[in-house]
Ligand binder design. Structure first.
Ligand code: S3P
Length: 438
């Protein structure tokens, strides 16, 4: 994919349905009793991987564009898949589905692509084994072999890392376990699972503790099907928010965006740096906060900047998927940007710290790498050949960097954007205004 510099971003974009919520909608509807109609289901490849997975477990899935109808089988009604379940590139699919499968009566094998094969699975295997699950996985990597027919018991699990996927895996296993299952997280992570379980009629106990959060469910509870409407994905919005906040004379509207408080730190960070973002028509839809966002560039020629341009500590969990685009933002901030406490980035679809640092250097940015983050200085970017490392968020972040750069940028392996945002480049092109030759 070749991209040219831009002068401004103007117009309106409709973003895909939230990826995290779409995954949960598909899996939870599959184990609910009754029929769930899902509106604005994500077009992302990852979310369709989840639909294929639940279909392979005997669930009837009707697809009509972004409307999906799922006939739930109840929490013990899934049937044995004919072969291994391919979770593709999707960490959310494999980790949450493992929790669902640990308490079923049949065996299952979960596999994935080259990137998923490198990602750590011990974080789910250990707690599931503690609950009584029988699991085999060489070096705690895919393929994961889950043996059925094992009685599970509820546990209290204190997580060492902040991960919504791990939390969700344990809670879902807890629905087929005797007694209560409690998860204690070191910092609050995205709470879509808690909100959606409660939408489906489960009593979820949630308590803020210091530090972190405690979540508990009772294993005797079942899910009752209920229609769902999914907001647009704030993590997809982030690329456009940064592009429009930094390019002069920009104004971009994004309707119906999910602004769940465990995901919306990107808005606060941008606003604190001086970006003008209007959050309008705030409403609650299916237990999730939703609003229409309009971002405008700052008047005058001053760059965005803050008093302390370091992001670290608890806020990182709320921003975890936005860090690639925040790195690009850092190149446009008067005082640059430092990200710390983000070692988890090394275990995403690529090692995102390495992917960011390597590509920023190719574009001429001044950047220092740390084990748990990086520091990038305010830099004049130049067009370069970028490697997406097969990682959708790296490809999209550097597409925005290309808009700020001098000359043309080429992104290799750019089709990986389909993992979360099919049509990303077309959507971007529809709002980019440019008079300058590359
Ligand atoms: C997700 C949780 C996060 C995030 C991922 C989606 C989810 O991963 O990075 O893109 O839907 O629960 P971790 O749970 O590994 O932090």
């Amino acid at each position: 994919m070749k991209l040219k510099p831009a002068d401004s971003i103007r117009g309106k974009v409709e973003l895909p349905g939230d990826k995290s919520i779409s995954h949960r909608a598909a899996m939870f509807a599959a184990i609910a009793d009754g029929e769930t109609r899902i509106e604005n289901f994500s077009r992302a490849v990852d979310c369709h991987t989840t639909l294929d997975a639940v279909e392979s477990l005997g669930v009837c899935v009707q697809r009509n564009g972004t409307t999906i109808i799922i006939n739930g089988k109840g929490k013990t009604g899934l049937t044995a898949p004919k072969g291994p379940i391919d979770c593709g590139n999707s960490g959310t699919t494999i980790r949450i589905l493992s929790g669902i499968l640990a308490g079923q009566s049949f065996d299952s094998i979960l596999t994935g692509d080259e990137s998923l094969a490198k990602r750590p699975m011990k974080r789910i295997i250990e707690p599931l084994r503690k609950m009584g699950a029988k699991i085999e996985a060489i070096n705690d990597r895919v393929p994961i072999h889950i043996f059925g027919g094992q009685p599970l018991v509820g546990v209290e699990h204190e997580m060492q890392i902040a991960s919504a996927q791990v939390k969700s895996c344990i809670l879902l296993a807890g629905l087929n376990a005797a007694g209560n299952t409690t998860v204690i997280e070191p910092v609050a992570t995205r709470d879509h699972t808690e909100r959606m379980l409660s939408w489906f009629g489960i009593d979820v106990v949630e308590e803020d503790i210091d530090p972190g959060k405690l979540i508990s469910i009772d294993g005797s509870a079942g899910l009752t099907a209920r229609d769902l409407s999914i907001p647009a994905d704030i993590s997809s919005a982030a690329f456009f928010l940064v592009a429009a906040a930094c390019l002069p004379n920009s104004e971009l509207t994004m309707p119906n965006v999910g602004i769940n408080p465990t995901r919306h730190a990107i808005l606060e960070v941008l606003q604190q740096l001086g970006a003008i973002i209007a959050v309008e028509n705030h409403r609650i839809v299916c237990n999730e906060s939703v609003a229409d966002l309009t971002v405008r560039s700052k008047k005058g020629s001053d760059r965005l900047d803050g008093s302390s341009n370091t992001l670290s500590g608890d806020i990182i969990a709320n921003l975890i998927d936005e860090i690639p685009i925040l790195a690009i933002l850092g190149t446009q901030l008067e005082s640059g940007l430092e990200i710390r406490d983000a070692a988890e980035l090394r275990f995403k679809e690529s090692d995102r710290i390495t992917s960011i640092v390597e590509n920023l250097r190719r574009m001429g940015a001044e950047v220092v790498e740390f084990p748990d983050g990086f520091r990038v200085e305010c830099s004049k970017l130049k067009g370069a050949v970028i490697d997406s490392f097969g990682d959708h968020r790296i490809a999209m972040a550097f597409a925005v960097a290309a808009l700020f750069a001098d000359g043309e940028t080429k992104i290799n392996d750019a089709e990986c954007v389909d993992i979360s945002f099919p049509g990303f480049f077309e959507t971007l092109a529809s709002v980019v205004k440019s008079e300058r030759p590359a």
